[in-house]
Design a binder for this molecule. Structure first.
Ligand SMILES: Cc1ncc(COP(=O)(O)O)c(C=O)c1O
Length: 377
């Protein structure tokens, strides 16, 4: 029998999640199909009300994806050609892609080594050396809050809009308060691999500001403020009623799923710490009062070899992110070079995400830890 046939642990197991909620999802989807109301409408409004409460936002506005949420947020902030926006180079492409797509200029600042998140002091230096920064986009990477008090303060000091990229962090908390409720706008993704994943693409904007909410609601339907009346030029980016129906079912389970991820992280911590391996476990700072572990990312020596070894033993892992954004070809005209952001570059070479999904068994975590132990023997 091959090693693979003995045990296989995928990075994510959406089928195992789906079987728990299959009947509820099918009846929710059937309700929408029977109604034949697919675009916005009651299903989306109900979801928006429920997720607003969950995220501590006054207003929640569904849209087609997390990428579009970022684009819409920048549009609502009036950020366009030539404007500078500070963000992290250690994130999914969409964070900086949205800035460039609207003609603005991403200004990168390095991350903190122990949180993987944008470093407030490096952000301040970037604001000082690039006059007139219009916005700052901290990312709550892997499901742990960025230092929001510091970013809100920087936003005030430099008169910059603060947009939280909370795509990976629905339900994460900063000092007991949900992320997405601190900046001017919060952006979420319902990509299937997120803790709250749709059955397709989906996204969300949150804000506490009534005027911004009205602007965002218009921008997601071509800037429309009345039937065939357009006060702004927007885009077509709506959350499907079918996705809203699925998300309403899943939202009821979200806390229990995120708690399971956190319990899995604790089991890893115990089992891996006991073995004294050349790996660094994810750290949480006191202000990160709830980490939702969208990913459990270790830092390790010989990362690529370890990943290949785990794969050989049937264990799925992923590298988030092998190439920091300042070194991506499409951003070469920004003029950055290797060595500009040493923390991001080092973590890009060392980070490895292990399975942490809620359906993971203790037995599987033990298997992963003992396999890692064997690799370093
Ligand atoms: C940090 C971050 N920002 C933005 C996005 C974009 O979200 P979506 O895939 O829904 O467009 C993602 C999704 O992977 C993400 O992880």
């Amino acid at each position: 029998m091959s090693i693979l046939a003995e045990k296989t642990v995928p990075l994510l197991d959406l089928k195992a999640q789906h079987v728990q909620i299959r009947d509820e999802v099918l009846s929710a989807v059937t309700r929408v199909i029977d109604d034949q109301k697919f675009i916005l409408g009651e299903e989306v409004e109900s979801f928006e009300a429920e997720i607003a409460q969950y995220t501590g936002a006054r207003y929640a506005i569904g849209c087609a994806s997390g990428s579009d949420a970022l684009t819409l947020a920048l549009m609502a902030a009036g950020i366009g050609p030539g404007d500078r926006v500070v963000t992290t180079p250690y994130t999914f492409f969409a964070t900086a892609g949205a800035i460039s797509r609207g003609g603005a200029i991403p200004v990168f600042a390095d991350i903190e080594p122990d949180t993987f998140n944008l470093d407030p002091s490096k952000t301040e230096s970037a604001c000082k050396s690039n006059g007139g920064v219009r916005a700052i986009i901290p990312v709550h990477l892997f499901g742990a809050a960025a230092d929001m008090a510091a970013f809100v303060e920087l936003g005030k000091r430099y008169n910059a809009f603060v947009i939280e990229d909370a795509a990976q962090a629905v339900g994460a908390e900063y000092n007991g308060r949900p992320v997405g409720s601190f900046g001017h706008i919060g952006c979420f993704s319902f990509f299937p691999s997120k803790n709250l994943g749709a059955y397709g693409d989906g996204g969300l904007l949150t804000t506490q500001d009534a005027a911004l909410a009205a602007h965002l609601k218009a921008l997601r339907i071509h800037g429309r403020t009345g039937k065939y009346i357009h006060d702004w030029i927007g885009i077509n980016s709506r959350l499907d009623a079918l996705q809203a129906a699925v998300l309403r079912v899943k939202l009821r389970y979200l806390d229990s799923w995120s708690d399971r991820r956190s319990e899995n992280a604790d089991i890893y911590r115990k089992l891996l710490a006991d073995r004294q391996l050349p790996i660094t476990l994810p750290n949480t700072l006191p202000y990160q009062t709830r980490h939702i572990y969208n990913q459990f990312v270790i830092r390790c020596e010989s990362r690529d070899e370890l990943q290949a070894y785990l794969k050989k033993h049937g264990i799925g892992t992923e590298v988030y992110y092998p190439v920091p954004l300042h070194l991506q070809k499409c951003f070469s005209d920004l003029g950055y070079k290797a060595g500009d952001f040493p923390v991001s570059e080092k973590l890009a070479a060392e980070a490895l995400a292990l399975p942490v999904h809620p359906e993971l068994s203790v037995d599987q975590i033990e298997y992963i830890c003992s396999t890692i132990g064997k690799f370093y023997q």
